[in-house]
Ligand binder design. Structure first.
Ligand SMILES: [Fe+2]
Length: 425
């Protein structure tokens, strides 16, 4: 029996999505339907070079919608990079926003719309304790998101992630109003993604889905005082489970193929759809330990030059920063609900899981990591035993995420998880 003071309610909100090869050709039509006449198109230099931004700009203009391009989104957004885009947004008097790119471009558009609609400083809205934790006072201007990677699911989520270099931490702004109004998901836009990017993004999808599926159930948390205090990450619930389960199946079946052959449109499509499905799932249920550890892993040192990414600045790609601690994290969470861990292992492996134990799911994940060329562990990303304390401190700052873990997580637990994750094989 649950305590009578526990939560009894969960909500399911999903971005309306248009999916399919060629879907991005309909961007102008979609914007007209949304009733916006002048938009800021947010993108980044890599997507411009891939000739995607210019094409989208043409398609928008062809429908008579005025469009101005902001193509300076950073791969790892910072407060400064968000601010520069937000200033452009405030000055431009736009009626709406279009994001074309990976999670960073979509997140940049979310924050641009937030500041252009409601003003104030970005840091005021950043999650406490790093920022002020202010809630947006009302809905934002319309945002149409066109992802070009199959990873973050940012088109479906309520968060914008940023790096705060002074505090050596990554955190975010999270609120329902940040969720894009519409997503256009076109697998043709991902065909040129290099295998390493495909690997990192795809493993992020797998972690979104697995962490959501294995998060603390929504009704295991105390009931909030008011609906306003219900957290964006509500915990596992029957509807989020469906989205996460399908994303796990796609990740297990198609990620290897998409990494092996980037032109495999069926695999690209499944991973693209999987990213959106997982985005809806984790937008409702939430992610926890691997993502909490990923923030300091990506934020603490900026020394690792990832293979396959542009060599403009060293950094740890998000999906790889998450996956490296996932096997140990799920070994730790196993006792909270063995049966659900077995189910995740089964969905990912596509096989019936017999005689499973706490090492079954970690084993399935490690095999997938090996097959798609992921780093072996935290050490490969530039960290050693001496860094564990700092990594634990950074992860402990992500209480917003850690409260969603199915077991209480102490500093010692995190130290143990990170140390087990130094080498996964
Ligand atoms: Fe992620």
């Amino acid at each position: 029996m649950q305590s009578p003071n526990n939560e009894t309610i969960f909500t399911m909100e999903a971005t309306p999505l248009k999916y399919g090869p060629g879907a991005s050709e309909e961007v102008g039509w979609e914007l007209k339907r949304m009733g916006v006449g002048r938009v800021m198109l947010v993108s980044d230099p890599g997507i411009v070079r891939a000739n995607i931004t210019g094409r989208i700009e043409e398609l928008i203009a062809a429908e008579g919608v005025e469009v101005e391009v902001w193509d300076r989104s950073r791969v790892e957004p910072t407060e400064d990079s968000f601010q520069a885009a937000a200033d452009f947004a405030v000055d431009g008097g736009f009626e709406g926003f279009v994001a074309v790119g990976g999670g960073s471009s979509i997140d940049t558009a979310k924050v641009s719309s937030l500041i252009a609609t409601h003003g104030d400083e970005i840091i005021d809205y950043v999650n406490a304790p790093v920022g002020g934790g202010k809630k947006p006072p009302g809905p934002l201007k319309p945002l149409l998101a066109i992802p070009t990677t199959a990873g973050t699911g940012a088109e479906a989520t309520t968060v914008a992630i940023l790096d705060i270099p002074e505090q050596q931490v990554k955190t975010g702004i999270s609120h329902q109003y940040l969720r894009p109004d519409r997503g256009v998901v076109d697998p043709l836009l991902t065909l040129s993604m290099p295998p390493e990017v495909t690997s990192s993004c795809g493993l992020d999808v797998v972690c979104h889905a697995a962490e959501s599926y294995l998060s603390k159930p929504y009704d295991a948390r105390p009931r909030p005082e008011s609906p306003d205090d219900r957290p964006p990450y509500q915990g596992a619930n029957p509807i989020a489970d469906m989205w996460s389960a399908k994303a796990l199946e796609y990740g297990g079946n198609y990620l290897r193929r998409a990494v092996e052959n980037g032109e495999d449109l069926e695999a690209r499509g499944a991973m693209m759809l999987g990213a959106s499905l997982a985005g809806v799932g984790f937008g409702s249920a939430g992610v926890h330990i691997p993502h909490a550890c990923a923030y300091p892993i990506a934020g603490l040192k900026h020394e690792w030059q990832p293979p396959g990414y542009p060599e403009d600045h060293p950094f740890v790609p998000h999906g790889w920063s998450v996956i490296v601690t996932a096997p140990a994290a799920f070994r730790f969470t196993y006792e909270a609900d063995p049966e659900r861990h077995h189910r995740v292992a089964g969905l990912l492996s596509g096989e019936k899981v017999d005689s499973a134990d706490e090492n079954t799911l970690p084993g399935v994940l490690i095999q997938l990591m090996k097959d798609v060329g992921a780093p072996r562990g935290v050490r490969e990303l530039g960290y050693g035993e001496n860094d564990i304390e700092d990594l634990v401190d950074g992860a402990m700052k992500q209480q917003r995420l850690l409260v969603g873990a199915p077991r209480d997580v102490s500093e010692e637990d995190l130290a143990h998880i990170i140390s087990e994750s130094m080498e996964n094989w």
